[in-house]
Design a binder for this molecule. Structure first.
Ligand code: FDA
Length: 502
């Protein structure tokens, strides 16, 4: 039997992968996408596709025995996380390394299924510093606007923001930030704010107002399966294979041969097979893409891959923290899971931070203000291949998170001082006011201009491309998916003009 063949193969279905699939499909190139997670379109016994953060079940986590929410305690009690029974192919994964837990989405749409939908564009000056090889003019004139339009980015109606009980938590945090002399900013999102207003009026089923987000939104969110991927499949040239993991990559002729492992939702391996392709695009995310290339280099299937693969990883300076409010400053029992305001201290010369005001949607008054801060952290981690586990190990020491904590602390110390409040220590295990040992924004591992050329072509390997967050060197200053999308648009436009023949 001849090995099955597809002209183009894309690993993963996150942002970079989805952009690439649509543009290849439009160009008439037959393309197969391989996704290890599920297609999330089938309701469970409760009639819902996804479970909520308030009542998580096996759909919540990717083969974990217990949920691993970023807040692990409440009033120091172990009441947040739940046992899940038999491991299942759920939608959120947390990959644990020493000193760093990396959250990622699993399923058709990757991170878009589980993320908060925040869709800011980085400040141009910082973008130019992070990715100097990229023509910023083309990005800001063409590719960022294109990405925002394709992703369905919208902004909350300011009148609604000022009056709804669902954003009282955001207004309280904004007031405190202003009292301390900080600027705040409205952050665009891909969650439909029209839908959200209807949720409040109860004319549609609730999602953002029903505690749904990190384990998926049943309504309202324009995740990639509803935007880029729907369009890609609509070209008639793109197919998506789910519950299938790419394990190995080797060269064959002028293309590649990838090893596949198909599983059921309980994780049982049903079949191992191979698929040949001419063009191979890696969109498995920072951790997934880096691991595939490291494995190929270190097991000798692609021994000449560049030494730079595995380097330049960062968690976008993510730090989570919470403040305890005065009794006269309640944040409200109804909290939209979709953040819409941020404290913008990005121009601080010593401690730049962009802190999104996050919800604590537990359905009762908590008097807590929660934040996910994005900070500048010059530290970088690196991955090495572990032969005994066949995985990539991330090397990140606890000390490397210190610059992030310092920047967040500079901001929130000032707010606490101005308002006369303190930190909450009951939300993160170990009595800590800051949690910098996990991240939502893994970036890097296959850096643009180092492991690849300036368009994502893997150095020394024709027809092999990287198209996701692993291209970005560890830091962006804002939430990353708009940038990952815009960069993928730019790169694939060039590759279609030069490398790919329909
Ligand atoms: P992404 O991680 O999206 O997709 C990779 C896909 O490849 C996954 O579906 C994975 O299952 C699959 N895969 C991996 N290895 C594979 C293999 N070997 N074989 C087959 N498939 C494989 N960002 C933002 O801008 N605004 C926000 O509000 C948030 N909020 C947020 C909250 C939470 C809880 C998380 C976890 C993340 C965010 N993010 C975010 C981050 C954002 O979601 C993230 O940066 C992007 O999804 C990264 O896009 P990529 O294209 O790099 O890969």
């Amino acid at each position: 039997h001849a090995t099955p063949y597809t002209p183009a193969l894309i690993v993963g279905t996150g942002y970079g992968a989805a952009v690439t699939a649509l543009r290849l499909g439009e160009a008439g190139i037959r393309t197969t996408m391989i996704e290890m997670g599920q297609q999330w379109n089938t309701p469970g016994p409760d009639g819902k596709v996804f479970c909520s953060t308030l009542d998580p079940d096996r759909r919540s986590m990717w083969f974990h025995r217990r949920t691993e929410a970023p807040l692990d305690t409440f009033l120091w009690l172990d009441v947040v996380n739940r046992d899940l029974g038999t491991p299942y192919a759920g939608v959120l994964d947390r990959i644990d390394y020493p000193n760093m837990g990396v959250y990622v989405g699993r399923g058709v749409g990757g991170g878009s299924l589980v993320n908060g939908g925040m869709a800011p564009t980085p400040q141009r000056a910082y973008f130019e510093k992070v990715l100097p090889q990229v023509d910023a003019d083309a990005m800001y004139r063409r590719y960022f606007p294109l990405a925002r339009r394709m992703l369905g980015v919208n902004t909350i109606d300011p009148r609604y923001l000022e009056k709804t009980p669902a954003y009282q938590y955001a207004r309280v945090s904004r007031k405190h930030a202003h009292q301390a002399g900080f600027r705040t900013a409205v952050v665009p999102n891909v969650y439909s704010f029209d839908y959200l207003e209807k949720e409040e009026r109860r004319t549609v089923p609730r999602s953002a107002l029903a505690g749904e987000v990190i384990y998926g939104n049943n309504h309202g969110k324009q995740s990639l399966d509803k935007t880029y991927l729907a369009d890609a499949v609509g070209t008639g040239n793109v197919t998506i294979r789910t519950l299938t993991r790419v394990t190995t990559i080797r060269r064959q002729g002028n293309g590649y041969l990838v090893g596949l492992e198909q599983i059921d939702t309980a994780g049982k391996v049903l079949k191992r097979s191979e698929l040949a392709c001419r063009y191979l695009f890696l969109g498995a995310g920072s951790v997934g893409t880096t691991e595939l290339l490291l494995r190929a280099r270190e097991t000798g299937t692609l021994p000449d891959l560049p030494a730079a693969i595995g380097n330049g990883w960062g968690g976008n300076g993510n730090v989570m923290t919470a403040r305890a409010n005065h009794l006269w400053d309640p944040t409200g029992p109804l909290q939209s899971t979709i953040p819409t305001l941020a404290i913008d201290n990005w121009n601080d010369p010593v401690h730049p931070a962009f802190a999104e005001i996050a919800p604590l949607p537990v359905g009762l008054e908590t008097w807590a203000s929660l934040y996910l801060a994005i900070t500048v952290n010059p530290e970088r981690g690196h991955f090495t291949y572990n032969h005994s586990t066949d995985r990539a190990d991330l090397h990140w020491s606890a000390d490397q998170s210190t610059p992030s904590v310092r920047s967040a602390q500079a901001l929130f110390d000032r707010i606490n001082k101005a308002v006369g409040t303190t930190y909450r220590r009951d939300l993160f295990s170990g009595n800590r006011p800051f949690a910098a040992d996990f991240c939502y924004h893994p970036l890097g591992g296959c850096l643009l201009g180092k492991a690849t050329d300036t368009y994502g072509r893997v150095v020394g390997h024709s027809n092999l491309y990287v198209t996701d967050g692993s291209l970005i060197p560890g830091s962006l200053g804002v939430n990353p998916f708009v940038t990952i999308t815009a960069l993928a648009e730019r790169n694939v436009a060039r590759l279609l003009a030069t490398d790919l023949k329909p």
